[in-house]
Design a protein around this ligand. Structure first.
Ligand SMILES: *[C@@H]1O[C@H](CO)[C@@H](O)[C@H](O)[C@H]1NC(C)=O
Ligand SMILES: *[C@@H]1O[C@H](CO)[C@@H](O)[C@H](O)[C@H]1NC(C)=O
Length: 249
């Protein structure tokens, strides 16, 4: 048994060392469950002014570049200006990288912030950075994965272990679950973080996963379109950012 483990370790080292030269970074994609956000936020949540109804799904809330040596987020790398035209037509951007913060806004500030704060550290062009995030979302598809195993936003309680297991079984890496305080002071599913190697494709366990406080069983709050408040007539289209979701540790 021990020798088998030793052999597996050796194989692991060989596989790791045969990878292409290390760029020294990895990524972390964050998904926010809008049902939890709408519930926990005093101001509620608002329909974006993009003209596109957000998906009834998890939204990308961050796509952060990390320094693999220090496990610290790489931020503000260059002054590469943000160019909205480059990304505005990317399929799924307005549906899956939605900003539902109130008052209603056009989401542009969250994309601009993501690019300026960490995207420019990715080594990718602006369009490729956003496309990479959306492609990862499609592959991870957290809601569909959970629903297919009976874990639904139906106000029921679900085991955090099981939620992790379902995603782990699907993508081969363990997600980090962040909870927030929901109704009746119960912890609810709020955000899911998944780390990705520097190839932008291989899922990895987050090297410095923070421990968020959750109970063993957490509420999966429903999310319905009617929860998004429509913008009031004549309300200025102010732009707001979602709170930063970079992992703190
Ligand atoms: C990571 O951080 C270390 C220490 O600050 C630095 O020397 C190194 O260049 C950084 N690597 C990358 C890829 O940014
Ligand atoms: C922004 O991107 C568009 C589309 O690629 C390009 O035509 C335009 O010149 C860019 N604007 C600036 C200021 O770089």
């Amino acid at each position: 048994m021990a020798s088998r483990i030793a052999l597996l370790c050796l194989l692991g080292l060989l596989v790791a060392s045969s990878a292409r030269p290390d760029s020294g970074i990895y990524y972390q994609i964050a998904f926010m469950w809008p049902g939890a956000y709408c519930e926990q936020t005093n101001a509620g949540c608002c329909m974006p002014t993009t003209g596109v109804v957000p998906a009834r799904d998890f939204y990308i809330s961050g796509f952060t570049v990390y320094n693999a040596t220090t496990n610290a987020p790489k931020t503000r790398c260059s002054k590469t200006p943000f160019n909205l035209t480059e990304i505005i037509e990317i399929e799924g951007l307005k549906q899956y990288w939605s900003n539902i913060k109130c008052p209603s806004n056009n989401g542009q500030n969250s994309w601009k912030t993501a690019w300026k704060k960490t995207g420019a550290c990715s080594g990718l062009e602006e369009k490729a950075y956003f496309e990479a995030a959306l492609a990862l979302r499609n592959r991870i598809n957290p809601l569909a994965r959970l629903v297919s195993k009976g874990i639904k936003p139906d106000f029921s309680l679900y085991s955090v272990k099981r939620i992790k297991k379902v995603i782990q079984a699907g993508i081969g890496a363990t997600p980090v679950i962040q909870c927030s305080k929901g109704p009746f002071d119960k912890f609810q599913l709020y955000q899911i973080y998944i780390c990705v190697a520097d190839d932008g494709e291989t899922f990895i366990d987050c090297p410095a996963a923070p421990k968020y406080t959750c109970s063993d069983e957490i509420l999966f709050h429903p999310f319905e379109k009617w929860m998004l408040k429509e913008p009031k007539e004549g309300e200025p289209d102010e732009t707001f950012e979602l709170p930063s979701v970079a992992m703190d540790h």
